[in-house]
Design a binder for this molecule. Structure first.
Ligand code: UT7
Length: 332
């Protein structure tokens, strides 16, 4: 019997309507369009403005798009894994909420917290269930409503992040399509440079934590940048080397969209020309776990059966990694 691989057989995505432009940010904090564009590549980001809406409300239309495209009964879904650092609530998991909202009543699921590498880690986890023969239909979601944890008086972070997310369907394949290999890493020492100070069991919410603005992202950008540039490029080169893939074999790099300069450094290390790199940071900013599935969503029509794609990410934790996927279908 041939080996079972986990193929991505459909993609869905969603971004909120509202566009927060650089010029609007200029009115909120001491920044300017030129600085943001040249340092990050970002022009605008999407924000989920409606009160009462959460990360699951971004994920649900993405999952529903998959159900529509595959003409799938939600009851056929076995498992939903949701990568996010902005769950609707601390518990229950957002995966459970998504399952309820889409009618996936036979699915179990859980959230996975790995910040910007969340989708990559969840993809590997979801694929294991397929490869083992345990399940036939696993949905992997990467979603974040970053505006819920951004301090819009902090120019060092508010210019970077946006809201959005996407999802993929994983199904068994016996022809070698799908997830072929992953290099995944984490180093908790990095927590010092990128974290949220309060709201966890270390420092539960109190009037003091709210007053001290500790429920927002804290990032020492320069340090994270230094680690990200090296980390993302290292694992991307490593996954190519150990699978004997040259730049000519790679159709697409799907990089986490944190900073255009980090993306450029990774592509350079892989010897990949600009045309082979998915970049949508200019319109969505950094949507944390949402960036990779949003790239797949934006580029789905250009992807061809057999394409070798490398997904790569670096983020809070630190967490980082790269995965090699052999694309399984041509879009109609
Ligand atoms: O996705 C999760 C992982 N996160 C990342 O990968 C993010 C990694 N870090 C970065 O992308 C970059 O570090 C940032 C975009 C966050 C910042 O860019 P930078 O080139 O590292 O800037 P910096 O923090 O070194 O600041 C340079 C200067 C400083 O002024 P002085 O000290 O040189 O006078 C800052 O105060 O730019 C100033 N600055 C700003 N100026 C205008 C910082 N933020 C802003 C701003 N607008 N928004």
């Amino acid at each position: 019997m041939s080996k079972i691989t986990a193929a991505i057989t459909a993609v869905g995505g969603y971004v909120p309507e509202y566009r927060l432009t650089n010029s609007e940010l200029e009115k909120m904090v001491d920044t300017n369009d030129e600085w943001i564009r040249s340092r990050t590549g970002i022009e605008e980001r999407r924000i989920l403005k409606e009160p009462g809406k959460a990360s699951s409300d971004i994920a649900v239309p993405a999952v529903q798009e998959i159900l529509r495209k595959k003409n799938l009964d939600p009851k056929e879904i076995d498992c939903i894994i949701c990568a996010t650092v902005t769950p609707d609530m601390v518990f229950p998991s957002t995966a459970n909420i998504i399952a309820d909202k889409v009618g996936a009543t036979n699915a179990w699921g859980y959230d996975l917290s790995a910040a910007c590498s969340g989708f990559l880690f969840a993809l590997s986890t979801g694929a294991s269930y397929i490869q083992s023969g345990l399940y036939k239909k696993v949905i992997v979601v990467g979603v974040d409503k970053m505006s819920a944890i951004i301090d819009y008086t902090d120019r060092a972070t508010c210019i970077i992040f946006g809201d959005g997310g996407g999802a993929v369907l994983l199904e068994p394949n016996e022809e070698g399509y799908g997830l072929r290999d992953s290099v995944l890493k984490s180093d908790g020492k990095g927590r010092e440079f990128l974290h949220m100070k309060a709201g966890g069991s270390l420092k539960p919410a109190s009037i003091e934590t709210v007053t001290a603005r500790e429920h927002y992202i804290f990032q020492e950008g320069k340090t994270v940048f230094k680690f990200a540039v090296v980390g993302m490029a290292d694992v991307s080169a490593q996954i190519m080397e150990r699978n004997n893939l040259t730049a000519a074999d790679i159709s697409w790099l799907v990089p986490h969209q944190a900073n255009l300069r980090i993306i450029d450094a990774t592509a350079k290390r892989m010897n990949l020309p600009h045309e082979k790199v998915m970049i949508n940071i200019q319109k969505y900013g950094n949507t944390t776990a949402g960036t990779l599935p949003l790239c797949l969503w934006d580029w789905e029509k250009q992807l061809k059966k057999g394409d070798n794609i490398i997904l790569a990410a670096f983020g809070g934790g630190f967490t980082w990694g790269a995965s090699w996927v052999k694309w399984a279908y041509d879009s109609e």
